[in-house]
Design a protein around this ligand. Structure first.
Ligand code: ADP
Ligand code: MG
Length: 446
């Protein structure tokens, strides 16, 4: 990604303002190339161990401050020597030091360690680990299917993260099927098929999430078919997730779906109570600020409210933990009930709330965000578009009054909802990605 080279260039510029020309040239004069990006780490090539040590001990805090002042992403820089870059057992960088930077689009928190095993996913995780251990050899493709919020994306990304962890030279790409369509149509429109093909042809592992979305792109299906066959023939690993078994996929060419069962198909089903409780216990470990003293009775109460969607279970639990921290109180049953009341109350009422719940979780899962964040007051960029889409669809599909939509979406003002609605209405005319998102989400609602 050129983005990271640009970022480093900007940092260098800032650094040059802070130090004398001599010092700057000595330390950073030959420290110019970003050679890789993965999982939040940007790798910069340094000319010697001496410079590497110097930067790590003397300049890293300064660099961190500059990074923080420039961007919001939690990015870290790692400085590697050419030796480290070419030593095969070293897990830092590619064998050949080129100026290429590589982004796998993986979330590093989605790994095997953080994936809690139970009856419903035991077989799937074992297969996934075998695939991660021997990409292209154990089962190709690995086809993972199951309901919304049950851990398909997590498991798929765990494979990718494992492969890279073991061998940084491996090229892994995670992509949602709908983004494959976007990628492909951008390439055809700009006449830049070559770089599209190159991007996919050089992969060792391709992770395609929510393959059912390919339904809406007929041409992309053909392109994907070609890619699939090429990768399969040359022993490159493909992992696919879907909301149903391959033979039940609708609107996807038979010759493609039939190939999906060439490798191995695994299913993730609903977790039982014990499993759900274990997941919550695990999530507690991952929440550094939370009060760690929680009774089993409380875990069970929460787990009993959320039976078929781990994303929602997790969201509810985070809300409870947040409540405890905010109020500085122990996590007792009354506190849990109070914290969850707005969520649970909404579920019980008339059809509107059901539809709303459904729409929220579809949008959240489409954009890989939590339902909590979707309706929260946070204003980060990745939340604003999904939120506007939510407003737009509630109006468009169910023709709810703006005021009601505002209430459903975390008590927002009707004028906010109205402008969100209008924004999407405008964007739909020009922005293909938004259109595709709306089409896909609409399909899922029906
Ligand atoms: P899906 O892709 O099936 O809709 P995700 O992989 O996005 O579901 O999972 C939803 C959320 O639930 C994620 O935050 C994920 O980390 C969590 N999750 C799902 N299954 C597990 C599990 N077995 N252990 C821990 N967390 C899980
Ligand atoms: Mg998913």
């Amino acid at each position: 990604m050129k983005k990271y080279q640009d970022l480093w260039d900007n940092i260098l510029e800032e650094l040059s303002k802070n130090y004398s020309e001599d010092i700057f040239n000595e330390i950073f004069g030959e420290t110019k190339s970003v050679i890789k990006y993965t999982n939040g780490l940007v790798y910069v090539l340094v000319p010697s161990v001496y410079i590497q040590t110097k930067i790590n001990y003397t300049y890293s805090q300064k660099i961190k401050n500059i990074v923080d002042s420039l961007i919001d992403e939690p990015i870290k820089f790692k400085f590697v020597t050419a030796e480290e870059a070419v030593t095969p057992q070293n897990k830092y960088v590619e064998t050949k030091v080129t100026k290429k930077v590589y982004d796998s689009y993986l979330n590093e928190n989605y790994n095997f360690e953080s994936f809690v095993v139970g009856e419903s996913n035991r077989f799937s995780i074992r297969s996934a680990m075998m695939v991660a251990e021997q990409p292209g050899q154990f089962a190709n493709p690995l086809y993972i299917f199951g309901g919304v919020g049950l851990g398909k994306t997590h498991l798929m990304q765990a494979i990718g993260n494992y492969v890279i962890e073991k061998d940084i030279n491996k090229k892994v790409l995670y992509i949602q099927a709908q983004n494959f369509i976007v990628d492909y149509s951008k390439a055809t429109q700009s006449g830049n098929m070559e770089s599209f093909e190159q991007k996919y042809n050089e992969l060792d592992v391709l992770l395609v999430d929510d393959i059912q979305m390919l339904e809406i792109g007929k041409k992309s299906q053909q392109e994907f078919f070609k890619l699939f066959c090429d990768m399969h023939d040359s022993g490159k690993q493909i992992v696919i997730t879907s909301d149903c078994p391959a033979d039940q996929l609708k609107g996807i060419m038979d010759r493609l779906t039939s190939r999906f069962s060439w490798g191995m198909t695994v299913n993730i089903s609903q977790p039982n109570l014990e499993h759900r409780v274990n997941i919550l216990k695990r999530k507690l470990i991952e929440s550094p600020d939370a009060n760690k003293d929680i009774d089993d009775e409380i875990y069970e109460y929460i787990a009993n409210q959320y039976i078929n969607n781990i994303r929602e279970l997790e969201g509810a639990f985070r809300r409870v933990l947040y409540y405890g921290v905010m109020l500085n109180q122990d996590i007792t049953l009354p506190l849990v009930k109070e914290a969850l009341e707005p969520l649970l109350k909404n579920r019980k009422k008339d059809g509107t709330e059901d539809k709303f719940e459904n729409l929220k979780s579809i949008i959240a899962s489409f954009y890989q965000i939590s339902v909590e964040d979707l309706i929260s007051k946070k204003r980060t960029n990745n939340l604003i578009v999904p939120r506007h889409i939510c407003m737009y669809l509630l109006k468009k599909k169910y023709d709810l009054p703006y005021k009601k939509i505002g209430n459903l979406l975390g008590n927002r003002d009707h004028s906010t909802v109205m402008s969100g609605y209008k924004k999407i209405e405008q964007d739909l005319k020009t922005n293909k990605e938004i259109k595709l998102a709306i089409d896909t989400i609409s399909k899922k609602i029906e």
